[in-house]
Design a protein around this ligand. Structure first.
Ligand code: HAS
Ligand code: CU
Length: 560
């Protein structure tokens, strides 16, 4: 590398320091939340192995309190912090445009404040309502307000992402948005629309109800508003991982993104199809017509399409890389992928887990199959290989280059990083086998089965084999947590400095051509957003209007 270019890179690195700091703050806070949540995971798994270690956790009153902490911190808090960090940082670097750093710090502050409020509420056992917080279970106002603030803060970041893209478009008329920015803005716009259900649920109903200003809340209406957000939120978690798979993995594997247009199309499909299908979480709920549930089953299959597209595009992009490295044969090329690179391996293992997670999702979306396993251990089995692995393990893989990039510190022990990826993958796959299997045998989800009343202890005797599998998975995952966080803290506190930006963001190569017609149409994110709003109105208004006008308010219950 020429001396001049080192100087230039170093100057660029210093110039981006404020953005790096705030991004690192989002990421590290999210990962700390994950650490606390994930350390409770083995206790959950052991519960499903019929071993009750909760009695050794004096600071928790019950399995249910632990489960609430686990779900809120891992699924809601970790993901939101992480996404907000990367979804603004990557576009800023790709466009080479500064976001408003004070605004981002303000968003971060609001999010942390929200986390503290809801964290205190759960910790003091005032809000053991699980991460779905279905009424009439009633948490404290601090719990709901805290979560609302986390969402508000994420919308503040979304605003900045959309603003940055708009500024770039004004300064670059006629050009198509670069792909990472396009994907980030599409993800945030999807989230803006998707979050409205939970915003209405929490602000209009749950906060006033828990503060005593209104006496009752209609559980059916609240559940519907919850799942309005609760389904598409899974794509808010997933799409930053997809950004990495589409935009960064090709370079990391030595290949190239084989279709820019298909990649953009997948994101537009997510904007359109994610939100109108939340009813597939309510197949067993009363008050929603059976015919409508069947339509929702079919609509849910639409949202599978962009993931299937992703599977093929991402695989072919990696195949190009592997063949460049001398890979041969129908499948022989797989061995030529850079499996020794922890960042790459973690993400491909995450993808493999998602083949099974996605297949399980298709089973669950099928109205008639869903009733077999709804509310059983099958469901946590499903989501630990979607959000728990496809997303989380991808995020781990990203941090293996991103944390050194942001902090200018060398990755601590790449070998341990590789170990953490494999143990997480093996642990989660085993967990999934155990939980899906238990679900098929009728073991309920969210049940303290290791602490059953004396006469009931043998209720699930037929599930002993999957119980043992689940228990073993919990122990492997405990090791994975130790390995991963040793790498993370080892890096953060390392004294081994590297030149900042010497770990570059693996952006795709741009061909520099004028955008074709398809790209231009796909780039009209505003239009797609409003079309998505229209689809959501068609899907939700008929049911919601009926529910709003026939509310049956129930007082709060505290069953813990
Ligand atoms: Fe789900 C319940 C349906 C995806 C998360 N889901 C949940 C819950 C969570 C969750 C948290 O229809 C529980 C909520 C609760 O607490 O009650 N889910 C689906 C469907 C999909 C799906 C149809 N889910 C996700 C994702 C999640 C997630 C993503 C988190 C991030 N889910 C359901 C349903 C329920 C449900 C019902 C309600 C169940 C009930 O009864 O309560 C689809 O989006 C899945 C499409 C995915 C694919 C896979 C594509 C594969 C790819 C990898 C390719 C591999 C490569 C590797 C490239 C079709 C992209 C190649 C390897 C080499 C070595 C080269
Ligand atoms: Cu869903």
């Amino acid at each position: 590398m020429a001396v001049g270019s080192i100087g230039k890179a170093a100057r660029a690195a210093v110039a981006w320091r404020p953005e790096k700091r705030v991004t690192a703050a989002f990421l590290v806070t999210g990962l700390l939340a994950l650490l606390v949540g994930a350390l409770l995971g083995p206790f959950q798994a052991l519960n499903y192995g019929d071993v009750n270690l909760y009695r050794y956790l004096p600071f928790l009153k019950s399995y249910y309190q632990g489960l609430t902490l686990h779900g809120v911190l891992n699924a809601l808090v970790f993901t939101t912090f992480f996404n907000c960090g990367v979804l603004i940082y990557f576009p800023a670097r790709e466009l080479e445009m500064r976001p408003s750093v004070p605004w981002l710090w303000l968003s971060y502050g609001v999010m942390v404040f929200g986390l503290v409020l809801s964290g205190i509420a759960i910790w003091t056992n005032s809000s053991t309502v699980m991460y779905t917080f279905y009424p009439p279970l009633q948490g404290s106002w601090g719990f709901y307000t805290g979560l609302a603030l986390v969402v508000v803060a994420s919308l503040m970041v979304a605003f900045e992402v959309v603003r940055l893209r708009a500024r770039w478009r004004r300064e670059n008329p006629g050009k198509a948005t670069p792909i990472v920015t396009f994907m980030s803005a599409a993800t945030m716009l999807m989230w803006v629309l998707a979050s409205m259900g939970i915003v209405v649920e929490v602000v209009v109903f749950l906060i006033p109800w828990s503060a005593g200003w209104i006496q009752g809340v209609d559980p059916q209406l609240a559940r519907t508003l919850f799942w309005f957000t609760g389904h598409p939120i899974v794509y808010f978690w997933l799409l930053p991982a997809y950004i990495s798979w589409y935009a960064f993995i090709p370079k990391q594997s030595g290949g190239e993104l084989t279709s820019d247009t298909l990649a953009r199309m997948a994101f537009v499909m997510f904007m359109l199809f994610s939100t109108p299908v939340g009813f597939h979480h309510q197949f067993t709920d009363p008050g929603i017509p059976g015919g409508w549930k069947l339509v929702q089953n079919i609509l849910t299959f639409f949202v599978v399409i962009p993931s299937l597209l992703t599977a093929f595009t991402v695989t072919s992009s990696m195949e190009v890389g592997a063949r460049n490295r001398g890979g041969r044969g129908l499948l022989g090329w797989v061995g030529k992928l850079p499996w020794g690179d922890a960042s790459f391996a973690a993400q491909v293992l995450a993808m493999i887990s998602f083949i099974f997670g996605g297949a399980g999702g298709i089973v669950l979306a099928s109205f008639n199959l869903n009733v077999q396993v709804h509310n059983t251990a099958f469901i946590p089995g499903h989501f630990h290989i979607t959000v728990g692995t496809a997303v989380t393990l991808t995020f781990f893989g990203m941090t293996f280059w991103l944390i050194p990039h942001l902090t200018g510190r060398k990755l601590f022990s790449p070998r341990l990083a590789l170990w953490s990826a494999w143990t997480w993958f093996v642990g989660m796959m085993l967990f999934a086998v155990g939980m899906h299997w238990q679900g098929l045998l009728g073991v309920p989800r969210r049940a303290w089965i290791s602490n059953m009343l004396p006469g009931l202890q043998n209720t699930y005797a037929s599930a002993h084999v999957p119980q043992v599998i689940t228990m073993i998975s919990g122990i492997i995952l405990f090791l994975a947590v130790i390995f991963y966080f040793t790498v993370l803290f080892g890096t953060l506190f390392s004294s081994r400095r590297i030149e900042e930006d010497s770990v570059a963001i693996p952006f795709p190569e741009y061909r520099g051509n004028e955008p074709d017609r398809a790209t231009r149409v796909l780039d009209r994110l505003g239009m797609w957003f409003w079309l998505a709003v229209a689809l959501v109105c068609v899907a939700y208004l008929p049911t919601l209007v009926g529910m709003f006008t026939h509310q049956v308010g129930l007082p709060g219950l505290r069953l813990w």
